[in-house]
Design a protein around this ligand. Structure first.
Ligand code: NCD
Ligand code: ZN
Length: 332
């Protein structure tokens, strides 16, 4: 069996910088027609100049693949002049609450104080991408943040708010309540629960933010993905860290899933008899939500086993060493 996907998109991707970028970026650029590139570098991508430099670095690392880097700016209280200038160069602004994840020490402390800036984003038609976690108990962080999404969805009805990497059934339900809310979901949150992270031997390569939740949460996410809920988009949140930062006391959060994303999605959708929904989930929904036209690129996946490498350079991939049933066999 095989399947063709037109312009697959990864709507949440960490490519890093320097040698790590050059290692991981070609893997995404081979399989995807474009990706939303996260700005949580050190220092963050928060000026026009830094944005241009980073885009050039990404383009150099992804050539000669057909691949559109959809750049984001790290949220700050920018003024209207800056946002107007940057608008043609970005797909959205990415907001991190202070300290909730990798490289977010410089995120937002007081969520109410930034509302005037959100009003400017709304006026300029710039989407707001949000890492929606509170500073509460780890399993409740997303659920607690849903109040903030609700407040902003009401206050800014013309602002597109993307709830990044949702992990709970409650977030799926909220999607249906507000037309201006959209969401991304990762591959790993469709496959894992908290049991896979800490239920047996501690599994650093399954540790990410937000942490995987309960079986019923995973079931709700999977149900929405398999039915290609029109405002749910695939975003891998592939987040590579060198192995010594993962297999360590004090394991960094992030799962490197880029090289296995499309194969495992095909396997998952095939297993649930939902391959006909994959095109919408990995491309069409994102085109509609963001109003974008990705470059032409057709990726064919076939049911043909391959073994995931144990390492890509210094990085351990999701499903390292395991045999997957599907692989990308042609890119045109
Ligand atoms: C991401 C990273 O490493 O940059 N980590 C993660 O666990 N997902 C940051 C993020 O998206 O939270
Ligand atoms: Zn992320």
């Amino acid at each position: 069996m095989d399947i063709r996907i037109h312009a697959p998109l990864d709507m949440h991707l960490h490519l890093r910088e320097g040698a790590l970028l050059r290692l991981v970026a070609p893997l995404s650029a081979r399989d995807f027609a474009g990706a939303v590139i996260m700005p949580n570098l050190v220092p963050a991508v928060d000026t026009l100049e830094r944005l241009a430099t980073y885009r050039a670095e990404v383009e150099a690392a992804t050539a000669p693949h057909t691949f559109a880097p959809l750049m984001t700016l790290f949220f700050r209280q920018y003024d209207e002049a800056l946002l107007t200038a940057v608008r043609p160069h970005i797909i959205g602004v990415k907001l991190y609450p202070e300290g909730v994840t990798t490289n977010s020490a410089d995120g937002v402390r007081d969520l109410q104080r930034i509302e005037p800036t959100l009003a400017v984003l709304e006026r300029l038609g710039i989407p707001l991408l949000v890492h929606g976690e509170s500073h509460g108990f780890v399993l409740d962080r997303e659920a607690e943040f849903l109040r903030t999404y609700t407040r902003w969805a009401n206050l800014f009805p013309r602002l597109t708010i993307v709830m990044e990497h949702i992990t709970t059934a409650a977030a799926v339900r909220l999607l249906d309540e507000y037309a201006n809310l959209a969401a991304t979901v990762t591959l790993h949150h469709l496959l894992l629960t908290l049991d896979d992270v800490v239920g047996g031997l501690l599994s650093p390569h399954a540790f990410c933010k937000p942490i995987a939740k309960r079986p019923e949460d995973r079931a709700a996410l999977l149900e929405a993905a398999l039915h290609a809920h029109p405002r749910l988009m695939f975003g891998s949140d592939s987040a590579p860290h060198p192995v010594e930062r993962k297999e360590a006391a004090g394991c960094a959060a992030g799962i490197f899933s880029a090289p296995v994303s499309l194969p495992l999605l095909a396997e998952l959708f095939a297993r649930h008899d939902a391959l006909d929904q994959l095109q919408a989930f990995v491309s069409d929904n994102a085109r509609t939500v963001y109003g974008i036209t990705p470059p032409a690129k057709t990726v064919t996946l076939a049911e043909r086993p391959w073994q995931v490498p144990a390492r890509y350079g210094e990085v351990v991939p999701f499903y390292a060493g395991q045999t997957l049933a599907w692989q990308v066999v042609e890119v045109a």
